[in-house]
Ligand binder design. Structure first.
Ligand SMILES: Cc1cc2nc3c(=O)[nH]c(=O)nc-3n(C[C@H](O)[C@H](O)[C@H](O)COP(=O)(O)OP(=O)(O)OC[C@H]3O[C@@H](n4cnc5c(N)ncnc54)[C@H](O)[C@@H]3O)c2cc1C
Length: 489
């Protein structure tokens, strides 16, 4: 981002903040973005960035995954420990830590180059990076085997290997198999081709989404009646709001082109609501109604016929079953039906899972995610192992916003463990989803394990606002990329 862009963004934030009677500093602080304010020069570092207490604790720390969670943790450990011995294992030479930016790439607001960077350029000073993957875990012997065959030993292990996109689970996309947000996308791009199928969950396919979206809009502009469909799978996903964001952006671009009336936009979600927090669910329904967006609950994408541009969903519903004499009530039978939906444009949110090498190892769990105490982030079985980010078995924790809270807790607790002290830092379940509802509008959905809105700002959190758009488009990227990856924000 150039200085001019930044100045312009800050001016806009100032103007918006003024309208609601607060200063820029207050706006950032109240929005829980104190560190962003620091990065923008709006406040002092001591006010904004939380700096951990220096520690002389010693120990060999191995971090699996050099994405947002792994690198932020490495950076904070490196600045906190007086004699750090930290190694990060990361297979990718190019990374994306502000993955929320892929939605903006797909909507034609960012370029891919705005979010993709050389992994090594963000390696904290004093941290060693090995370009490889962990392929085997032996937690009883404190050892990890790498793809190269090398075995590394550790005193403390941090698992931050993110999430795997399980495209291969969808019939018709088997050859794509597993994929990741950054990294090789050739199989996905080949499978999707020019079919109108897209996904913002990979950086390259996000770029292709913008091209496919424009073709879709052009058809509508030419007078064709077109149909765009957007899916949400049955598994946990990172950033549950993202499938709706790309639908909303498609709507905005169609309106901009004067072609909205020729397009039907429909959201197929496996669950039976729009959002796990009732207040945000209600707000989203209203937003959908205002924008004439359609939806179907309890529809899970199971297959695609790419050639014939048809999606297949497992539709389910409950019916009253036989009367149970013992329980004195009717049982419920879940019925299923395959539903065929033709499309011109389809956005797939793939099913997601923990990377197999970790899920199926001794440090994984039945469901794959690394089992940790949800507050301390310490492994439930191995006390010298910690985990955070998308791979950790933490409820509702699969967002960058959660990582921002988690990595500081993890570092405090890891250092306590190194010093032989009790773990006292606790993650409280905070997460945030800046839900793009239109170009220029975002609803800042903040919540925690109470499943109630937890706004950092004294304003109705269910309202769409321009100021949150400015934060999302201009502020959160530098805050993530420069603030978190330096262990400060
Ligand atoms: C489309 C989209 C929109 C999003 N929108 C938002 C949003 O608006 N707000 C928000 O807060 N969050 C959002 N997120 C989610 C957020 O980006 C993630 O939750 C966050 O990046 C998680 O960080 P992580 O470090 O756990 O995973 P990642 O950043 O994905 O890093 C994991 C790293 O582990 C590496 N790895 C994998 N396997 C191994 C192995 N075996 N050995 C070594 N390394 C390995 C990978 O290469 C990767 O670099 C969005 C994500 C996407 C894709």
């Amino acid at each position: 981002m150039s200085k001019n862009e930044l100045d312009k963004a800050l001016e806009l934030v100032d103007a918006e903040a003024k309208k609601i009677g607060i200063s820029r500093r207050e706006a950032f602080k109240l929005a829980g973005l104190g560190s962003a304010a620091y990065l923008m020069g709006g406040t002092s570092e001591s006010q904004a960035a939380t700096v951990a207490q220096a520690s002389e604790a010693k120990g060999k720390i191995l971090i699996i995954g050099g994405g947002l969670a792994g690198m932020s943790t490495a950076a904070r450990l490196a600045t906190t420990l007086t004699s750090p011995d930290i190694t990060v294992i990361e297979p990718l030479s190019k990374s994306v830590s502000y993955q929320a930016g892929t939605t903006l790439v797909a909507g034609g607001i960012y370029e891919k180059s705005d979010i993709l960077y050389n992994t090594k350029d963000f390696l904290p000073a004093g941290v060693k990076l090995i370009k490889d993957s962990a392929v085997e875990f032996n937690p009883d012997a404190n050892k990890v085997v790498l793809g190269s065959g090398e075995t590394l030993s550790y005193d403390f292990l941090v698992i931050a290997a993110g999430i795997t996109l399980d495209f291969g689970k969808i019939k018709g996309l088997e050859e794509v198999g597993d994929a990741y947000t950054a990294g090789d996308s050739s199989k996905i791009l080949k499978a999707f081709g020019d079919s109108g199928i897209t996904s913002i969950y990979n950086t390259d396919t996000a770029e292709a989404t913008w091209i496919q979206m424009q073709k879709f809009i052009q058809k509508a502009k030419n007078g064709e009646k077109v149909k765009g469909i957007f899916t949400h799978p049955s598994t946990a996903i990172k950033c549950g709001g993202a499938p709706k964001k790309i639908m909303n952006l498609t709507h905005s671009r169609l309106v901009e082109a004067g072609a909205r009336d020729n397009a039907e936009l429909r959201y197929y979600v496996n669950g039976s609501n729009m959002f796990g927090v009732k207040e945000y669910h209600d707000a989203i329904l209203k937003q959908f109604e205002v924008r004439n967006l359609k939806w179907n609950y309890k529809h899970n994408l199971t297959a695609v016929d790419i050639k014939n541009k048809t999606a297949f969903f497992d539709k389910r519903w409950d019916e009253k079953g036989p009367y149970d004499e013992d329980l004195e009530e009717y049982s419920t039978i879940t019925k299923h039906q395959e539903v065929e939906v033709p499309f011109d444009f389809m956005h797939i949110t793939p099913p997601m899972k923990a990377p197999d090498v970790i899920a199926k190892s001794a440090v994984g769990s039945g469901k794959g995610w690394v089992p940790v105490n949800k507050e301390t982030l310490q492994h439930v079985k191995y006390k010298n192992i910690f985990s955070l980010g998308d791979i950790a078995a933490v409820p509702m924790g699969k967002t960058g916003g959660s990582v921002r809270k988690q990595y500081k807790v993890l570092v405090d607790n890891l250092i306590s463990a190194m010093e032989g002290k009790e773990l006292t830092a606790k993650y409280g379940g905070y997460t945030v989803c800046p839900l793009i509802t239109d170009i220029g509008k975002v609803m800042l959905a903040e919540f925690d394990w109470t499943k109630k809105p937890t706004p950092s700002f004294p304003l109705d959190p269910t309202e769409e606002r321009y100021i949150w758009w400015l934060l999302k488009v201009y502020m959160l990227k530098p805050m993530t990329q420069y603030g978190m990856l330096s262990g400060k924000a």
